[in-house]
Ligand binder design. Structure first.
Ligand SMILES: [Zn+2]
Ligand SMILES: [Zn+2]
Length: 262
């Protein structure tokens, strides 16, 4: 039975494992190869069973362990054409890494089907992914996006489990110590999703039948896990939706994530 393991989440590194103990995939590898292998081991998982790595975009919090992890363990890597050229231009990957583009129609890998969708982020060509697993469930990964585009919304709709960015509290960010330019970047359409925007989207997705949510990519400086959680739970309860009855919601920890109820 496939399960979702949020191994690392946040600006210090992102990495998710989706699959069973026999085989699975990684979404992003934003920590050192050693840390990722250890985190897998802590959950009884083995890097040898990773069939592929799906990269969302070229920012370091998503790819810092990529080259070593992929070349040492001969794991094929998949990403958007834009991300692949950005990674090559920056010499982040070399010929030892087998990397291929994923088209928008998606691809089969083992007993899974992975379909990408575009995100709105200040990178070459950001992707999020939905993954259909052998039990017929659909899991979506939607982080690093300034807003939820129509393309993203269509991809997320109908997902059983949604990993969604709840990056910052707008007031904390505005009143915080970040330089003006960085604040503007985060708040822009090519930045990151706020707690409020995340809560609104979750509400719409629950109405369409999604039941499991994992709040991800929280900012350490401009957010607090309990604040992110309360923002979504409040919006949902205002719409008459009861936590643990109508939906399950958790915050992905920065590290040491265990299997999410799936
Ligand atoms: Zn990013
Ligand atoms: Zn990021």
């Amino acid at each position: 039975m496939p399960r979702l393991y949020p191994l690392f989440s946040g600006s210090s590194g992102n990495c998710y494992y989706l699959g069973s103990s026999e085989r699975g995939i990684l979404i992003d590898t934003g920590r050192s190869a050693k840390q990722i292998v250890t985190a897998l081991g802590d959950n009884g998982l083995d890097i040898k069973n990773v069939m592929g790595i799906f990269v969302t975009h070229e920012h370091s919090d998503h790819i810092s362990g990529l080259r070593v992890l992929a070349s040492r363990n001969r794991i094929p890597v998949f990403a958007s054409p834009g991300t692949i050229s950005a990674l090559s231009q920056k010499n982040i990957i070399d010929e030892k890494v087998e990397i291929s583009p994923v088209t928008l129609t998606g691809m089969e890998i083992g007993d899974m089907y992975v379909t990408p969708f575009h995100t709105s982020h200040d990178c070459a060509e950001g992707y999020g992914y939905t993954v259909l697993t052998s039990d017929g469930r659909k899991t979506a990964f939607a982080t690093d996006t300034g807003y939820i585009t129509e393309e993203m919304h269509s991809a997320l709709e109908g997902s059983d489990t949604v990993v969604i960015e709840s990056n910052h509290d707008v007031r904390m960010l505005q009143n915080g110590f970040y330089p003006y330019v960085l604040k503007e970047r985060i708040l822009s359409e090519k930045g990151h999703l706020s707690n409020d925007a995340c809560a609104d989207k979750i509400m719409q997705l629950v109405e369409k039948g999604s039941t499991r949510f994992l709040l991800a990519h929280l900012s350490r400086e401009n957010n607090i896990p309990v604040l992110a959680e309360n923002t979504s739970v409040c919006v949902l309860s205002q719409h008459g939706m009861k936590r643990n009855e109508d939906y399950i919601l958790k915050v992905a920890p920065e590290k040491g994530g265990e299997a999410f109820i799936y």
